[in-house]
Ligand binder design. Structure first.
Ligand code: MYR
Length: 185
């Protein structure tokens, strides 16, 4: 029998629709708990979750583009809507809304009312400062980097910290021009 290779984080994340959602949520919780045990400092756990998300995002974008059939977005506003309405639906089973645009259309909020990652979660006082869902900010950052957008993604509101919603601020830092594999001569 062929050996069974362990599945990477991105594979687990991308196949959420095929696994029991509760198992997925509990598995994510177990990963966070283990990181808290191993790393001790919540700041380090935040960084690690973001990095894990980034590693997922840079792979997940291929699946997203292949399955969603979305056309190239005309601007960052359209990209944000696609993430909120198509991306979150595809990978988390919920939709989000986009708001709080700045004047030049390079910074907005993605607001989640419903977040399956936090079902069953209650943070103890020792976890003050933890961004439990930091994997999501990393996923968005990684996915957008693969379509030439450097972004900064930060949490503004977090229901686990007593806020009334989950809100991610997504800021476009740089749009790298696409490189084509051939030149017009
Ligand atoms: C384009 O090429 O212009 C389209 C870009 C769409 C980027 C969509 C990125 C999807 C990220 C999914 C995040 C899911 C979080 C759970």
């Amino acid at each position: 029998m062929a050996p069974v290779a362990p599945r990477s984080g991105d594979a687990i994340f991308a196949s959420v629709e095929r696994v029991n959602a509760e198992l997925f949520t509990l598995t994510y919780g177990a990963i966070v708990r283990q990181l808290l045990t191993d790393l001790e400092e919540v700041e380090e756990v935040n960084k690690q979750l973001d990095q894990m998300g980034y590693n997922i995002g840079i792979r997940l974008i291929d699946e997203f583009l292949a399955k969603s059939n979305v056309a190239r977005c005309v601007d960052f506003k359209e990209t944000a809507e696609v993430i909120a309405k198509v991306g979150f639906k595809m990978f988390l089973g919920v939709t989000a809304s986009v708001s709080n645009w700045d004047a030049d259309g390079t910074c907005c909020s993605i607001v989640l009312e419903d977040n399956p990652l936090v079902d069953f979660v209650e943070l103890p006082d020792t976890c003050q400062g933890l961004y439990y869902c930091n994997v999501l900010s990393g996923v968005i950052r990684g996915a957008l980097e693969m379509v030439s957008m450097k972004t900064e993604v930060t949490w503004v509101r977090d229901m686990l910290r007593g806020d009334d919603a989950f809100e991610l601020q997504v800021k476009l830092l740089k749009q790298v021009p696409e490189e084509y594999p051939y030149k017009d001569d």
